[in-house]
Design a protein around this ligand. Sequence first.
Ligand code: GAP
Length: 482
Amino acid sequence: MPAPNIDTIVSLAKRRGFVFPSSEVYGGLGSAWDYGPLGVELCNNVKQSWWRWLVYERDDIEGIDSSIILNRMVWQYSGHEATFHDPLVDCRECKNRFRADKLIEDYCRSNQVDGSGDAGNRLFAERKIACPNCGERSWTDPRPFNMMLRTTLGAAADENDATALAYLRPETAQGIFINFLNVQTTLRRKIPFGIAQVGKSFRNEITPGNFILRTREFEQMEMEYFVKPDAEHLKLVDEWVGLYMEWFLTLGLNQSNLRLHEVPQTELAHYSRRTVDIMYRYFPERDEEERQWEELMGIAYRTDFDLRSHSNKPTDDEGKRINPDSTEDLSYFDEATKQRFYPHVIEPAAGVNRTVLAVLMDAYSERTNDKGETRVILKLSPQLAPIKAAILPLAKNKPEIVGMAKAIKRSLQPVLRAVYDDTGGIGKLYARQDEIGTPFCITVDHQSLEDEAVTVRDRDTWEQERINISDLAEHLQKRLKP
Ligand code: GAP
């Protein structure tokens, strides 16, 4: 049974130290969240799983870590300055601002009308759409709003000084494109090969919300896979969709909560010729099935758009250089065919935070114990669990038992993340570990002092078995294997 809604996860996340509202001591900061001791472990485990899968287990992908703040020209030539917009409308009555495309989409779905092109925008002037906040129908004209967050570099006298203007990256992808030649030549890579990067991105979202689903600061796991222009790109998109679906299943996501969405041509990003989104059922509580889904990640065929745009050689129809500012040509020379070309790119782009939210929702379950009390059990896949084993002494006033429990914790720590806890009765301690997804609780009791063995309790079945302390590390490692 997955979580019935996102709110259930918000409350569990705060109660158990996964995610806290940010800047709470000053009344918070809209849609900003801080990851607590367990949240940071869960995020790290998701990122490590992704990195291991792509960079270590495959032989055709390298990793990098580029700057968050890049030369402003990167964003001019990538097209983000001119086109990375969301359409914005203001309600003239309550002064709230909304994404025009989302309001149009909701109206058209409910009223079964076509809102493509200008027809959608006209719905505001025709007073068809009601403000979700105040119910009035008085709107400004929709206008583009650039979503890149700005900053100024150095000791600029004026914050509007154009020479000091810089952006916080809205995608990690551009850091990969501008390093394509560096990686390809230093690692002597032949295409096809990919470059992976994980890191923070920033977007000045008009309407952030739904917990960590849409925030202005978030983390991406992106990979650009460079192929020959004549490769069968459309098939490659499907191939990567299949690989990511499998990876999400290994993270414990439920197949029935995942589905694909072929992005219509009219809604493609400026760089994409085809995009397939993997959607997750973040809103199971909504009656209308179509409104239950939101994008978990996208797989786009970006063509050679970015490598070409950042290169100094390509010219327009009149023979003028498209990019007179670049000092490099990011083309690739194929030794086998003696041809030079700009590789095409397949880009799987996933969000760490959206993956974490989906993982938490699908791991959530409830179980009633012998006393009729309902317990939350977070059935996280063992590879993602923030803590793998909790060592619990049955008598905290017995120095020999406490000493033995602490020694077991220390001996396990080099091979797996273990904690020692004696802050409650055993029932409470079990319940607390179940709720944060710890796969195993190890109990040290009086008998342990005699037989050098402990009780290992399984989170999902609540079954217990007696294991010799000398075999414990190996036993747990075996059971934790994906
Ligand atoms: N380089 C392509 C790119 O950035 P995208 O679909 O805009 O594509 C990729 O973003 C993924 O990043 C999304 O599928 C989502 O998981 C995550 N993402 C994007 N905007 C986000 C936001 N405001 N908050 C949280 N995650 C976000």
